[in-house]
Design a protein around this ligand. Sequence first.
Ligand SMILES: [Fe+2]
Ligand SMILES: [Fe+2]
Ligand SMILES: [Fe+2]
Length: 613
Amino acid sequence: MSIVAQLDKGGKMTGIRELLPGIFVVDDICNVYLIRAADAVIAIDFGSGRAPDFLEEIRATHIDWVLHTHFHRDCCQGDRLAIEHGAKIAVPAAERKYFDQAEEFWKKTKLFPYHSVYSDRNCSTWNIHVNHDLNHGDVLRWRGIDIRAVETPGHTRGSLSYVVELTGKRIAFSGDLIFAPGKTMTYHDMHWNYLTPILSTGSDGTVTEMGMDQGFRPQIESVDRLLRENLDLILPAHGQPISEPASALTQLKDRVSDVYEAVLRKTVHTREPTPQWVMPHLIYLGNTSFGILGDNGKLFLLDYSYGNDDMIERGREEFGFGEIEIAYPTHFHPDHGGFKELLDEEPFEVWADSHVVDLLENPKRYKLPGLNPDPVKVDRALGEMEDFDWGGHHFTSFHFPCHTHYASGLLVELDGKRVLFCGDNVNLVQGRKLQGSFVPASRASIRKGFLPSAAKMIALRPDVLIAAHGRGAAYDVDGRMLASFGEWVRKLERALENLVGLPDYEWGIDREWVSIEPYISEGVRGEPLPLTVTVANHLPGRQEARVSLVAGKGWSVSPNEATLEIAGQGRMGAAFTLMPGTELSSGRHVVTASVEFAGRSWGEVAECVVDLK
Ligand SMILES: [Fe+2]
Ligand SMILES: [Fe+2]
Ligand SMILES: [Fe+2]
């Protein structure tokens, strides 16, 4: 089924449909529901603001209220038109700040570097005046209709559903809690925090929980809460009306649990995190660092985390190695490529996979969690499967996109063994199996990342795998263990395919399917600023995208619009020039990209920030 057919059976954006007597849906960048009483309506969410155009058609003259289910831009970017129409705005109390303090949010949020991957940057770019806020259980009585707020976090932390009894039916306007029976539109919105859930068992048997602050459990609890409402109909912010809520919600609960089960890592730690020999030419140097000893007495350093210089010194004293000659980060995260402070103490060359180079040198170009706060200059960019010899050992560097797209692996023939340095891509979990950490916001892809990487790992025939966070653990691996990584990836893929409502699950894990580069730039009034908007087409066939930039008053943008013809499963960029006017105030400004794709408008999907001097 095509995207258009899946998202809206009516095809391209249509108009208004009456779902039940007096209940309408406007086809907008989200579903905008209108409940009519006499000549007035109440709107649930507001999309880009098309609803006023249809009032006459449904014999209404004004909008009394707009009730928001959550703060995402596709629900509220048209609120200006609602307010102009005289509508009052009501929002979830827990998310009020993303509406009436949106400008403060953008000014105060630390955008570089950051670790939270919560969707809060998908909020308004301007302050939306709020007349009322609602908590769980609050009732808004409007023209004899009781609209009750039910907390349904999962998609966002403070999402509300609104439950009403109308035309003899119990109806929930559920925001983005559910998209279709058993499905949420996206997966990434449920991934609230960088760290994936981990249950880690130490050598003494103690179990530590990490990364549990995610949307999975709240989502399941919210589904249970709606199940207890004995609903007849669910009207979601995206997708079609759901006429059998009980089975739709029960199926959703099972599928969220399946994804949670797939991403949960049960790891084991066996060693102390102190310098120690791992192999005759390999030393663990604390934290994520390993050193390979060359026959010249020098060191090839793999990964380095800020604050680990003491361990390197301690290793040098205990094991007698000389200077560091080359350092290689498996990826750009500062606990791997945070070489700056070490480089201040001693000179060495940095060699990195070509996919990692720009992230180290120009981190502010990217919207990614865990960027390196201090740029690092790379002395040698290594190509795919590039071989080199150093210190009497043979090395092969390759692109290894799992944990993030911008990651590499290094195979070293060391002491008669093929040793594969995996960075953060592969971990040993209970049962001598391998598993990865899945962070969609790090631009992780199953089809273009984890699956080919799993195959590559088998083809490289390693004897030993080294995980950067395994506390110096080197796992002797066999074919069965290597195959277990691919089995885990396919289990995760199946769970995502079942859960994600967008027509390709890869779309539902890619929050940055539209992105603006650079993400953070410093601008000067009166000087042009080049930007690129990149759109990923996760659909199998060619699609057209029309892109425009939305900047505030005082900015000019050229061109007004760009059209892209994007091949199936491809991505493409459109170049724009922004001109900040001389009258603009200094400080942070947010610019968004509004996108039409596959025949639908998706609203202001992506943003970037410009700090004006
Ligand atoms: Fe949403
Ligand atoms: Fe790491
Ligand atoms: Fe990492």
